[in-house]
Design a binder for this molecule. Structure first.
Ligand code: 5GP
Ligand code: ZN
Length: 114
């Protein structure tokens, strides 16, 4: 069994505040929110880094973004806007090596990112 913490959340071995789930993706609140709304959406397939995505994963990644849009809408983020973030590798400050799209909203963001 995978020791990956997001795989553990998918299997129900670690608790999470789930906001959306289907057979291919899971969305849940970040444990350490960086904004008033901070949700992560992940594929249920374990893929460590965004640059590990293979051509066979294209439909899955598209589905993840489509469902992220629905989550952002259902959380009331679409009127004022929000931010999607994917960190990749050490310089990208990725800390959990199971790909995840951050959905951040509820405050004005800054740019450039830190
Ligand atoms: P990264 O830095 O890899 O882009 O983002 C990892 C995110 O996962 C962080 O925002 C962190 O707060 C979140 N996180 C880490 N462990 C857990 C956990 O056990 N549960 C939840 N819900 N979020 C987690
Ligand atoms: Zn995993």
């Amino acid at each position: 069994m995978s020791e990956c913490i997001f795989c553990k959340i998918i299997r129900g071995e670690l608790a999470a505040r789930v906001v959306y789930e289907d057979e291919r993706v899971l969305a849940f609140h970040d444990i350490q929110p960086a904004a008033p709304t901070h949700v992560l959406i992940i594929p249920k397939k374990h893929i460590a880094r965004m640059d590990d995505v293979e051509p066979e994963d294209e439909a899955l990644i598209g589905h993840m973004f489509a469902k992220a849009n629905e989550v952002a809408h259902s959380l009331g983020l679409t009127e004022n806007g929000f931010r999607y973030v994917i960190n990749c590798g050490p310089d990208g400050l990725q800390t959990v090596y199971h790909i995840h799209l951050h959905i951040l909203g509820g405050r004005r963001m800054s740019w450039p990112p830190g």
